[in-house]
Design a protein around this ligand. Structure first.
Ligand SMILES: [Fe+2]
Length: 229
């Protein structure tokens, strides 16, 4: 009789463990769908931003691995790279899509987008670090960035990675008013900005892998280096 109670208790314990696993899996799938939906939203609002962010997520994983960042944080960095500019949804089209130079007032509004990104991402349970990385993706290694003017290692590593790959992808992308730079020109500018705008450690890691990983990044995002937007 005692043995039978024991086996019943054991079965109930296994069932409850399986239920917890099932709920965790459901939560994981739901979070992944929400992240994809927000990326799609960015695509709909501004195609350049959406595709650029998808490439950034691919770069982020590769650079973070090169820097031996652990898998949990790597996921947060990947999400931050994908949705770092989600806050641009809060910037009016007249500013976001303006061809000419922004006025001081317009620039101030545009510079609010990292805070908007943070205010959106922090609402996702489990994306607390990703929201912080998005908040600080326009900080500068020498302290001259925004929104907080953080300096060096005060800036989270996830943000420092996004800053470097964001600059590289923007420099090598074509725009209707200019052609993108070559890989070599963009790497040269990253090197010049190393220790100023960019973390030297991240620039070094990126420069080491960029050329060999470039085809893979473009293949994964369905875009081509020759017709990059
Ligand atoms: Fe940004």
């Amino acid at each position: 009789m005692a043995a039978s109670w024991q086996s019943l208790a054991g079965a109930a314990q296994i069932e409850s463990l399986l239920r917890v696993k099932e709920l965790e899996e459901q939560q994981r799938v739901l979070l992944k769908s929400a992240i994809c939906a927000f990326n799609q939203l960015l695509d709909l609002r501004d195609l350049n931003t959406g595709i650029h962010s998808t490439r950034l997520a691919e770069w982020a994983v590769r650079v973070a691995r090169k820097l031996h960042i652990d898998e949990r944080d790597l996921y947060q960095i990947e999400v931050a790279a994908l949705l770092h500019d989600i806050g641009k949804i809060g910037v009016p089209d007249a500013i976001l899509k303006k061809d000419g130079k922004l006025t001081e007032e317009e620039r101030a509004l545009m510079n609010k987008h990292p805070e908007y990104s943070w205010s959106i991402l922090r609402l996702f349970p489990g994306l607390e670090n990703a929201s912080l990385y998005a908040l600080h993706h326009h900080e500068s290694f020498d302290g001259g960035g925004y929104p907080a003017g953080l300096k060096g290692e005060e800036i989270p590593m996830g943000s420092r990675i996004v800053t470097v790959i964001d600059a590289y992808d923007a420099m090598t992308s074509n725009r209707c008013y200019r052609r993108g730079m070559t890989h070599e020109q963009a790497i040269e500018i990253l090197m010049q900005g190393s220790g100023k705008q960019f973390d030297p450690l991240v620039v070094g890691a990126f420069a080491e892998i960029a050329l060999q990983e470039k085809q893979g990044v473009f293949a994964a995002t369905g875009s081509s280096p020759a017709a990059v937007i």
